[in-house]
Design a protein around this ligand. Structure first.
Ligand SMILES: [Zn+2]
Length: 175
C-alpha cells in the first residue's frame, strides 16, 4: 500500500501539499509507466511505502534492511537541474522516489545487495532507466542519460516563477 503524509512548511499548509500531490499524481498518471508504478504500490497488500511530502527536505528514499516498510521523501517545490541542460518538474522527483519503492517491492534482495557501497549506483541507474525516464519522455520533460547527469535541486527562483505565490508555483511546476 501507499500511505501519504504531509508536513506543513515554507508557507504551505497541509491542504496546499495535498493539492500539489494530487496535481503531480494526475500529471504522472498521463504516463503509462507512471500509472503502473502508482498502481503497483497502492495495490500491494504486504509491503508499505510511506510517502512523506515535505517542502523543507530533499527528495530521497530510505529502506531499512529486511523491513517491509519503505520511506520516500518528496519536496514538491524543488526543481531538478540536469545535464547537459534542462529542468525537470518536482513531479519527476516524485516518480523517481516512488520508483525506488517499486524496486524494493519487486526485487528486494537485488536492492539490498546493492544498497551500500559502490554498487548503489546500479540501483540509481536502474531507477532512472526503468522508472524516471519513461515518464519524462511521455511528459516531454528532459531526460538524463546517467544518474549522475544531475546538477542539483533548485528552489523556484527562475524568471518563469517570479511574481507568483508559492502555491501557484507548486502547481505551475507540474504542468
Ligand atoms: Zn534515487
Amino acid at each position: 500500500m501507499l500511505e501519504v503524509k504531509f508536513y506543513p512548511g515554507e508557507g504551505l499548509e497541509v491542504n496546499d501539499l495535498f493539492q500539489a500531490y494530487m496535481t503531480a499524481k494526475r500529471y504522472i498518471y498521463q504516463s503509462q509507466r507512471g500509472k503502473e508504478i502508482f498502481d503497483a504500490l497502492e495495490d500491494n497488500l504486504t509491503q508499505r511505502t510511506v510517502l512523506h511530502v515535505d517542502p523543507t527536505t530533499d527528495s530521497t528514499f530510505q529502506h531499512q534492511v529486511a523491513s517491509t516498510k519503505f520511506d520516500a521523501y518528496w519536496n514538491p517545490i524543488k526543481l531538478f537541474k540536469i545535464k547537459p541542460k534542462g529542468i525537470q518538474s518536482p513531479a519527476l522527483g516524485l516518480i523517481h522516489e516512488l520508483g525506488h519503492g517499486l524496486q524494493c517491492q519487486t526485487k528486494l534482495a537485488w536492492y539490498e545487495e546493492r544498497s551500500t557501497g559502490e554498487r548503489y549506483l546500479e540501483i540509481e541507474e536502474d531507477n532512472v532507466t526503468n522508472n524516471e525516464t519513461p515518464v519524462a519522455i511521455d511528459k516531454n520533460e528532459p531526460v538524463r542519460i546517467q544518474y549522475r547527469d544531475f546538477i542539483g535541486a533548485n528552489w523556484f527562483n527562475g524568471k518563469a516563477f517570479t511574481g507568483m505565490t508559492l502555491h501557484q508555483k507548486v502547481i505551475y511546476s507540474q504542468k
